[in-house]
Write a protein that binds this ligand. Structure first.
Ligand code: CO8
Length: 258
């Protein structure tokens, strides 16, 4: 991989977008690499949580690569957009929990990448924006769809129409960031949260993720029906037997993968 770093430790995989000279801007090659890497991670049972971050001090991801787009044709623009959709949808729906460690600018495609993760932890120097209409384009990596789902239609429209850059505290206030932490504590906070999630019944966490993701895209009755199917499935696991028995026997549960 030319543009990504990846390492795994203690069941946590860390993907680092690594194009610091371009503030980690996402070009087609990076998107292809991300799609391939996420496809590999999806199959790995030894990874329970994935953290996505950007290299360097300044940026998470400063957007799609403007230098690549400047001379692009409509067909090429659409292709890049579809490639990002595939990569981000894969990331959004992998069985593992994903945490965006937002370590600076999360602009345009960077904000969109963070929104394809389950949870966003922002360093106190993080800045979020959807500046696309300054460039004569619109958010094209899912931003027109995921931002309103996260912060509501009115706030999403304001951010996209004005291109206003918001700081980490404002992102937290509107529900875009789950937490704001001093920048030096960003990784340790993400790892601590990962450790907590890993200590739970991991198949149940995957089922809950799937129920939430699917439920957000369907009507309430269909979502609840899907939830009941997954709830039933959870009854087939050893972790359900162990978790409930441990509670009744007043001891700590020994939860495993299933
Ligand atoms: N693409 C390409 N290069 C970039 C990008 C980018 N998005 N952002 C920064 N860079 C490069 C700069 O060109 C510069 O390169 P060089 O040193 O060779 O001149 C280097 O990174 C450092 O950047 P700056 O000198 O500008 O650093 P500053 O500290 O002065 O500013 C900012 C930092 C504020 C982050 C500034 O770089 C900036 O405004 N960047 C662009 C932000 C932006 O508009 N992002 C949105 C891009 S569009 C997008 O994401 C659309 C997604 C959907 C696409 C659909 C597919 C077709």
């Amino acid at each position: 991989m030319n543009n990504l770093l990846f390492n795994v430790e203690n069941e946590v995989g860390v993907i680092t977008i690594n194009r610091p000279k371009a503030l980690n801007a996402l070009n087609s090659e990076t998107l292809s690499e991300l799609k391939q890497l996420v496809g590999e991670i999806e199959k790995r049972k030894d990874i329970k949580v994935v953290i996505v971050t950007g290299s360097g001090e300044k940026a998470f991801v400063a957007g799609a690569d403007i230098a690549e787009m400047v001379n692009g044709t409509p067909v090429e623009g659409r292709q890049m957009c579809l490639l990002a959709h595939e990569a981000f949808a894969k990331l959004e729906n992998i069985p593992q929990v994903t945490i965006a460690a937002v370590n600076g600018y999360a602009l345009g495609g960077g904000c969109e990448l963070s929104m394809a993760c389950d949870i966003r932890i922002a360093a106190d120097n993080a800045k979020f924006a959807q500046p696309e209409v300054n460039l004569g384009i619109i958010p094209g990596f899912g931003g027109t769809q995921r931002l309103p789902r996260l912060v509501g239609k009115g706030r999403a429209k304001e951010l996209i129409f004005t291109t206003d850059q918001i700081d980490a505290q404002e992102a937290y206030r509107i529900g875009l960031a789950n937490k704001v932490v001093p920048k030096d504590e960003l990784m340790s906070t993400c790892l601590k949260m990962a450790e907590k999630i890993i200590s739970k019944a991991s198949y149940a966490v995957t089922l809950a993720k799937s129920a939430i993701n699917t439920g957000m895209d369907v009507d309430l009755a269909s979502g609840c029906r899907f939830e009941s199917d997954l709830f039933g499935l959870a009854f087939s696991t050893n972790d359900k037997k162990e978790g409930m028995s441990a509670f009744l026997e007043k001891r700590k549960a020994d939860l495993k993968d299933f």
